[in-house]
Design a binder for this molecule. Structure first.
Ligand code: SF4
Length: 169
Protein backbone atom coordinates (compact mmCIF):
# COMPACT_ATOMS: atom_id res chain seq x y z
CA UNK A 1 0.00 0.00 0.00
CA UNK A 2 1.22 3.50 -0.82
CA UNK A 3 0.84 6.64 1.27
CA UNK A 4 -1.53 8.00 -1.39
CA UNK A 5 -3.77 4.91 -1.06
CA UNK A 6 -3.76 5.38 2.70
CA UNK A 7 -4.63 9.08 2.38
CA UNK A 8 -7.60 8.22 0.15
CA UNK A 9 -8.82 5.70 2.71
CA UNK A 10 -8.56 8.33 5.46
CA UNK A 11 -10.44 10.96 3.40
CA UNK A 12 -13.32 8.53 2.93
CA UNK A 13 -13.17 6.82 6.32
CA UNK A 14 -16.31 6.34 8.43
CA UNK A 15 -14.90 3.82 10.91
CA UNK A 16 -15.77 6.00 13.89
CA UNK A 17 -18.11 8.95 14.51
CA UNK A 18 -15.51 11.70 14.10
CA UNK A 19 -15.81 12.14 10.31
CA UNK A 20 -19.40 13.39 10.75
CA UNK A 21 -18.56 16.89 11.99
CA UNK A 22 -15.18 17.25 10.28
CA UNK A 23 -14.52 19.33 7.17
CA UNK A 24 -11.39 17.39 6.17
CA UNK A 25 -9.52 14.28 7.10
CA UNK A 26 -5.94 15.17 8.10
CA UNK A 27 -3.67 12.24 7.20
CA UNK A 28 -0.37 14.01 7.85
CA UNK A 29 2.44 15.17 5.61
CA UNK A 30 6.14 14.86 5.03
CA UNK A 31 8.67 12.95 2.95
CA UNK A 32 8.27 9.22 2.36
CA UNK A 33 11.79 8.58 3.65
CA UNK A 34 11.56 10.82 6.74
CA UNK A 35 14.00 9.79 9.47
CA UNK A 36 11.80 11.47 12.06
CA UNK A 37 8.08 11.24 12.59
CA UNK A 38 6.21 13.60 14.95
CA UNK A 39 2.89 12.41 16.31
CA UNK A 40 0.24 14.50 18.03
CA UNK A 41 -3.15 13.41 19.27
CA UNK A 42 -5.77 14.83 16.89
CA UNK A 43 -6.23 17.72 14.41
CA UNK A 44 -7.55 21.06 15.67
CA UNK A 45 -9.72 23.69 13.96
CA UNK A 46 -7.02 25.07 11.63
CA UNK A 47 -6.01 21.58 10.61
CA UNK A 48 -9.64 20.62 9.99
CA UNK A 49 -10.10 23.72 7.83
CA UNK A 50 -7.01 23.10 5.70
CA UNK A 51 -6.61 19.30 5.80
CA UNK A 52 -2.97 19.80 6.90
CA UNK A 53 -1.38 18.86 10.24
CA UNK A 54 0.03 21.37 12.75
CA UNK A 55 -0.73 24.56 10.84
CA UNK A 56 -2.36 26.46 13.73
CA UNK A 57 -0.59 28.49 16.43
CA UNK A 58 0.88 25.45 18.18
CA UNK A 59 2.03 24.02 14.86
CA UNK A 60 3.71 27.27 13.86
CA UNK A 61 5.42 27.46 17.25
CA UNK A 62 6.60 23.86 16.87
CA UNK A 63 7.91 24.53 13.34
CA UNK A 64 9.74 27.67 14.49
CA UNK A 65 11.34 25.96 17.51
CA UNK A 66 12.41 22.95 15.43
CA UNK A 67 14.04 25.33 12.92
CA UNK A 68 15.92 27.16 15.71
CA UNK A 69 17.62 23.86 16.53
CA UNK A 70 18.33 22.95 12.90
CA UNK A 71 15.39 20.60 12.34
CA UNK A 72 13.55 21.43 9.12
CA UNK A 73 9.86 20.67 9.21
CA UNK A 74 9.94 19.64 5.55
CA UNK A 75 12.28 16.77 6.48
CA UNK A 76 9.91 15.43 9.13
CA UNK A 77 6.67 13.48 8.71
CA UNK A 78 4.02 15.05 10.95
CA UNK A 79 0.73 13.38 11.78
CA UNK A 80 -1.73 12.59 14.56
CA UNK A 81 -3.04 9.41 16.13
CA UNK A 82 -6.61 10.31 15.16
CA UNK A 83 -7.13 11.76 11.67
CA UNK A 84 -10.37 13.77 12.13
CA UNK A 85 -11.09 16.64 14.54
CA UNK A 86 -13.15 15.87 17.66
CA UNK A 87 -16.25 17.91 18.55
CA UNK A 88 -15.12 20.95 20.58
CA UNK A 89 -11.61 19.56 20.37
CA UNK A 90 -12.31 17.04 23.14
CA UNK A 91 -9.88 14.19 23.75
CA UNK A 92 -10.67 11.33 21.34
CA UNK A 93 -12.50 8.42 23.02
CA UNK A 94 -10.72 5.07 23.29
CA UNK A 95 -12.90 3.46 20.61
CA UNK A 96 -12.04 6.32 18.22
CA UNK A 97 -8.34 5.86 18.93
CA UNK A 98 -8.63 2.09 18.34
CA UNK A 99 -10.52 2.62 15.08
CA UNK A 100 -7.92 5.07 13.77
CA UNK A 101 -4.67 3.49 14.99
CA UNK A 102 -4.31 1.12 11.98
CA UNK A 103 -3.75 4.21 9.78
CA UNK A 104 -0.87 5.37 11.97
CA UNK A 105 0.57 1.84 12.06
CA UNK A 106 0.45 1.72 8.25
CA UNK A 107 2.12 5.13 7.99
CA UNK A 108 4.92 3.93 10.28
CA UNK A 109 5.37 0.74 8.19
CA UNK A 110 5.59 2.77 4.97
CA UNK A 111 7.87 5.54 6.24
CA UNK A 112 10.03 3.40 8.55
CA UNK A 113 11.24 6.30 10.72
CA UNK A 114 14.29 5.91 12.96
CA UNK A 115 12.89 8.28 15.58
CA UNK A 116 9.29 8.91 16.65
CA UNK A 117 8.57 12.07 18.62
CA UNK A 118 5.41 11.92 20.72
CA UNK A 119 3.74 15.17 21.65
CA UNK A 120 2.09 15.29 25.09
CA UNK A 121 -0.79 12.87 25.54
CA UNK A 122 -0.17 11.05 22.27
CA UNK A 123 2.60 9.13 24.05
CA UNK A 124 0.12 6.99 25.95
CA UNK A 125 -1.65 5.67 22.89
CA UNK A 126 1.13 5.18 20.35
CA UNK A 127 2.25 1.55 20.04
CA UNK A 128 5.99 0.98 20.53
CA UNK A 129 7.85 -0.93 17.84
CA UNK A 130 11.29 -2.49 18.02
CA UNK A 131 14.10 -0.69 16.22
CA UNK A 132 12.57 2.79 16.60
CA UNK A 133 13.73 5.35 19.18
CA UNK A 134 10.80 7.03 20.94
CA UNK A 135 11.08 10.51 22.39
CA UNK A 136 8.30 12.08 24.42
CA UNK A 137 8.17 15.86 24.57
CA UNK A 138 5.84 18.52 25.94
CA UNK A 139 3.02 19.48 23.58
CA UNK A 140 3.82 22.80 21.87
CA UNK A 141 0.47 24.28 22.92
CA UNK A 142 1.45 23.76 26.60
CA UNK A 143 4.95 25.09 25.93
CA UNK A 144 3.46 28.25 24.44
CA UNK A 145 1.34 28.91 27.52
CA UNK A 146 3.67 28.23 30.46
CA UNK A 147 7.17 29.64 30.82
CA UNK A 148 8.57 26.65 32.72
CA UNK A 149 7.22 24.26 30.13
CA UNK A 150 8.59 26.46 27.35
CA UNK A 151 12.09 26.25 28.82
CA UNK A 152 11.79 22.47 29.18
CA UNK A 153 10.37 22.18 25.64
CA UNK A 154 13.37 24.01 24.20
CA UNK A 155 15.76 21.70 26.05
CA UNK A 156 13.83 18.69 24.70
CA UNK A 157 14.03 20.00 21.12
CA UNK A 158 17.74 20.64 21.55
CA UNK A 159 18.20 17.04 22.79
CA UNK A 160 16.12 15.81 19.86
CA UNK A 161 18.36 17.67 17.46
CA UNK A 162 21.42 15.96 18.99
CA UNK A 163 19.71 12.57 18.75
CA UNK A 164 18.83 13.13 15.07
CA UNK A 165 22.41 14.12 14.29
CA UNK A 166 23.77 11.04 16.04
CA UNK A 167 21.31 8.61 14.44
CA UNK A 168 22.26 7.16 11.09
CA UNK A 169 19.79 7.69 8.24
S1 SF4 B 1 -10.97 9.57 13.09
FE1 SF4 B 1 -9.91 7.91 12.01
S2 SF4 B 1 -11.22 6.09 12.27
FE2 SF4 B 1 -12.45 7.89 12.78
S3 SF4 B 1 -13.48 8.42 10.87
FE3 SF4 B 1 -11.61 9.63 10.96
S4 SF4 B 1 -10.06 8.44 9.87
FE4 SF4 B 1 -11.77 7.06 10.34
Amino acid sequence: MTLEDLNLQIYGCKKCRLWQEAKHGVPGEGPLDAKVMIIGQNPGADEDKTGRPFVGRAGKYLTKTLAEYGIKRENVFITNIVKHISPENRKPYPDEVSACLPYLNNQISIIKPKIIVLLGESAKETPRLEGIKYVQIIHPSAAMRFTKMRDRFRIQISELSNLINSTEA
